[in-house]
Design a protein around this ligand. Sequence first.
Ligand code: S3P
Length: 174
Amino acid sequence: MDQRIVIVGFMGSGKTTVAKALATRLGCGLADLDAIVSAQQNMSVPELINEQGEVSFRDAETAALQVVLDRQAPRIIALGGGAWTLERNRELINKHGCLTVWLDAPYDLCWQRITNHPTPRPLALDEEKARELYRARHSSYALANFCIEVTDKMSPDDVSARITAAIERRVSSH
Ligand code: S3P
């Protein structure tokens, strides 16, 4: 069980916090794609989207993903919510032999976390738009290797335990 693990899912599904818990559990490194894009561009992700537009942000996101994947470490990679929905990014991730894990959280939980979180999400400014995006992205997220259902009762560590258990089950059944 030494493949890299890429965490995908909607905004507010808990990707960053679960990725941290998973990295701690497995004793390995962690990369957060939004943080890398932001450091490379010298601007926060919301600023980038608002000032340069989503297309420009997506280009920077794919370029950062390519750089992260070309390195052999860190082992855990948390994506921003839209990255896995682009085919070119899925191809890159699959080509690099990573395992992909979808954090499947109910819409209401995602929306509650989006509204409570200090980081603005320019692509989820109102409830209806966010719900529409959530629905539209469902089929892309379902292309991940693993689907982990997340509820508001589960801590990031609970979710990370389920991820390792699911991966171990698959490894031992092969
Ligand atoms: C986005 C999700 C955000 C960030 C950007 C766009 C999206 O990341 O990449 O605002 O398209 O879903 P989080 O999923 O970490 O909020």
